[in-house]
Design a binder for this molecule. Sequence first.
Ligand SMILES: CC(=O)SCCNC(=O)CCNC(=O)[C@H](O)C(C)(C)COP(=O)(O)OP(=O)(O)OC[C@H]1O[C@@H](n2cnc3c(N)ncnc32)[C@H](O)[C@@H]1OP(=O)(O)O
Length: 280
Amino acid sequence: MHEGRGFAAERGASALGAMEVHADLRPILGPDLVRLDPMRIKQLQSQVVYDAIDELAKGSAQCMQLRSPLTTCAKLIDSDNTLYLSWKYDQDEGVSKLLGFAKVGRKKLFLYDAQMQTYEGEILCLLDFYVHFSAQRQGVGKAIIDYMLQNEHAQPYQLALDNPSVTLLGFMSQKFDLKKPVWQNTNFVVFDELFQVYAENGMNAKTPPEGWRRPQTPRRIGTGATDTRWLEHAISGHPSKGNAMSAPVEADQTPQGALSNRAHQAKTRKAHILSSKPLW
Ligand SMILES: CC(=O)SCCNC(=O)CCNC(=O)[C@H](O)C(C)(C)COP(=O)(O)OP(=O)(O)OC[C@H]1O[C@@H](n2cnc3c(N)ncnc32)[C@H](O)[C@@H]1OP(=O)(O)O
């Protein structure tokens, strides 16, 4: 426990329970489900909260066997991503407990459907999602995602998942009835429903959503020339804010990290998931 900072950051299988802060965070965080965009995080000006979020995010990295966390407050402040945090104040114990979070951001993705038809659009991406192990399977994750979707004005099938774990795919199947993941070569996963809704609506493929323009040069993805469609449900965002996929990849670049970086993890996880019998 770091007494000077007023929080008890447990690691691994400690008995402390969810990430605990020996302080009442209600005046700082407000409600127990909270949307923290970069501006809000900057305005918090609370090292205790920053440290607590960073510790919780380390738990996520440990779970995914990553050498360094994908989420830190410092990185968030410098990004276009938003953190949805679940926490609670325990009056009896006088501690605030950080239970879990989802980090989302909008990215411009090129996607294949199951028939290898390509699509292009800005998609709401689930980039990091974690509930402390002591609070898992109690509805916290579902509450975070519901709150996030409501705030982002999105439906579950409109989400792209960044390198999802088997648990996350099971969660999406069980809680949102999304059972047909379509793996992309970028290691994002979208769901078949995304393309079905597009097809059912019979939209004119030549008409991009508002705020979009077609690529200036024809794109070639993989080996074949592609006929790119616009995703009807692409969410318009802020192209000027650098949501493009050319943004730096958060991966451990050291030689030791090479084997455990996210891309490597994703490849092995994807191979494992695709070669396994479905778990749900
Ligand atoms: C894009 C990415 O971030 S990929 C990484 C996703 N994160 C992880 O895999 C980290 C480890 N897992 C977790 O942190 C959590 O289990 C989460 C975030 C996936 C879900 O949060 P929870 O609070 O447990 O979710 P919630 O209680 O709302 O729903 C539980 C459902 O999730 C799935 N689930 C959660 N834990 C498990 C588990 N250990 N084994 C199998 N399924 C599980 C099941 O579908 C479960 O439904 P059930 O309990 O009715 O069987």
